[in-house]
Design a protein. Structure first.
Length: 170
């Protein structure tokens, strides 16, 4: 496996600690901010009023309230760093519910933040962001994981969703 990212922390570590995560999340956040700013402030289109403001903000707050704890549990409380440095596939805890909880957490939070602008243009961003995550993860981290863990990863992948937390398949 050839990997050009150089954020290894231990001799013999087979996967980078951060992978493509920061680039992917910053890129999606920048895309979302640009789309909302262009729609709401430059083109002055799509901004809803009345009861829609409250509805979008409630759903937006729920996205933030759901996303940040998912990210926090995955990034800070799961022990993922140790699994990466020890070349072990993480499949328990929050990783039993979703294969990429750090990305999922940011995805939900960014969707929530976007909805706070109560602009109809923010709605398709949820699907666009999901599509970007899917394409990028399939072509990078999932290939890395398959190369390192082989059948163990394939079995895990068949039971646990990529980005949407859900009950694992038995």
């Amino acid at each position: 496996m050839k990997n050009t990212l150089k954020n290894y922390t231990k001799e013999g570590q087979k996967l980078p600690m951060f992978g493509i995560g920061p680039y992917l999340i910053y890129g999606i956040a920048l895309l979302n901010a640009a789309v909302i700013a262009l729609a709401a402030y430059l083109f002055k289109t799509g901004t809803l009023g009345g009861a829609w403001i409250l509805a979008f903000r409630i759903v937006g707050a729920l996205g933030i309230v759901l996303g940040l704890p998912i990210w926090f549990i995955a990034a800070v409380r799961s022990g993922m760093d140790e699994n990466i440095t020890e070349n072990r596939l993480k499949t328990d805890g929050i990783y039993a519910w979703v294969r990429n909880p750090m990305y999922s957490g940011w995805w939900f939070a960014m969707t929530g933040i976007g909805l706070m602008w109560h602009n109809i243009v923010s709605l398709p961003l949820f699907l666009i962001d999901w599509a970007i995550l899917t394409v990028v993860l399939k072509n990078t981290e999932e290939k890395w994981l398959k190369n390192v863990y082989g059948e163990e990863y394939e079995e895990y992948k068949s039971k646990v969703n990529r980005c949407i937390p859900w009950f694992p398949k038995r």
